[in-house]
Design a protein around this ligand. Structure first.
Ligand code: PLP
Length: 362
């Protein structure tokens, strides 16, 4: 079976170093707020280009990273309950849940039909007097059109929170006001459990986030905010530090695989993805009008695929107030998307096997 994402294989090259790093943590007897998290925060800030002006704050997971930024902006008086935040209609639901959780109102808009990314034209059309922020998602690993999104944001004085859960390494300089990261095991930089982070060039924002994530505490037993508990542990930070050193090589391998797929899959029934901007290929999405059958046939030939995502947020019961809205592009992606295996441990033979199966017209 050609597994969609065999995490054991993906992590195998680091096993020895990971075990050594974990041993270091165990021997230290220090499991939270220690050297590993501190060092990872500074390494991650360097990697993301925010080290000199702002930095990075580690937290428990990607959803928390998004929620903490929005909560912090509320505490700083930059957002208020009920403000509108423009979100892509076709994202993983966590992007939208974060907005709702902060007491803000998510406003879904259709993506571009070719890149599946937030469409700047639709942002402009969705702006109302209550709009205060835009939440672009670099979906599948491709950078949104941030130049245009920032132009719109500046014109209308909107905050920009980038959901970077799928796009580790997609840029060396991020244009938004803050970036939320997930290190869920399946992401391009994945921990051995849950972990997340926020990066920003705004040091004040990061300080508020750090306090919010630690019970709203400015110093021990003194609570400035009604905060939460959201932290990365030393073990996960130690693992991430090992894997971060190899992230660029992993992204390069994903890119090589995507290049093979793009040039060698020749099947008129399939729509291949379009890369207009920088792309780290977290997911290689194809569209097929017969998606479910294609997935079954591939599976019969030993090729496992996944769907990102089968039910759009506006069709979920959680957002039943949106159930009657129509987003034809979003719905088409949900009905037709199929994700091909695309990961750094995939061999050339496995890449060829996928291409041959699709070209045979499964
Ligand atoms: C994975 C993901 C998240 C959530 O990250 P967790 O660490 O699982 O909470 C948010 N947004 C997007 C686009 C994701 O892919």
């Amino acid at each position: 079976m050609l597994e969609y994402l065999p995490l054991k294989k993906v992590n195998a090259p680091y096993e020895k170093e990971i075990l050594e790093a974990m041993r270091r943590v165990v021997d230290s007897g220090w499991y939270l707020f220690g050297r590993e998290v501190d060092t990872f925060e500074s390494e991650w800030a360097h990697y993301c280009g925010t080290a000199s002006t702002g930095g990075a704050v580690a937290c428990a997971n990607g959803l928390d990273a998004l929620r903490l930024v929005l909560r912090a902006w509320i505490e700083m008086g930059k957002l208020q309950q009920g403000d509108e935040v423009i979100v892509p209609a076709n994202t993983y639901i966590a992007s939208i849940l974060a907005v709702s959780d902060a007491g803000l109102t998510p406003v879904p808009v259709e993506p571009c039909a070719d890149t599946y990314l937030l469409n700047p034209d639709n942002i402009e059309a969705a702006i109302t007097p209550r709009t205060r922020a835009i939440l672009p998602v670099h979906l599948y690993g491709q950078l949104c059109d941030m130049e245009r999104i920032m132009q719109i944001a500046r014109k209308h004085q909107l905050l920009v929170l980038e959901d970077c859960a799928q796009s580790h390494g997609v840029a060396t300089r991020y244009l938004g006001d803050a970036q939320a990261w997930s290190f869920y095991p399946g992401k391009n930089l994945g921990a051995l459990g849950d972990a997340g982070a926020v990066t920003s060039n705004d040091g004040e924002l990061l300080q508020v986030i750090r306090q919010l994530a630690f019970y709203g505490s400015e110093r021990k037993y003194v609570h400035r905010y009604k905060g939460v508990n959201s932290r990365m542990d030393e073990l996960q930070a130690a693992v991430l530090r090992v894997k971060l050193k190899d992230l660029d090589r992993c992204n390069q391998r994903r890119s090589d695989i995507a290049a093979h797929y793009l040039s060698e899959i020749k099947n008129p029934d399939l729509l291949l993805p379009v890369a207009r901007q920088s792309h780290v290929w977290h997911i290689f999405p194809i569209l097929s009008p017969d998606r479910d059958q294609l997935q079954r046939r591939l599976s019969e030939q030993g090729i496992q695929t996944q769907i990102h995502y089968p039910i759009s947020p506006h069709r979920q019961r959680a957002y039943r107030e949106w159930n009657t809205l129509q987003f034809p592009i979003t719905e088409r992606i949900a009905a037709q998307e199929l994700s091909l295996p695309c990961h750094p441990a995939q061999t050339d033979e496995e890449v060829a096997q996928v291409i041959q199966a699709l070209n045979r017209g499964v």
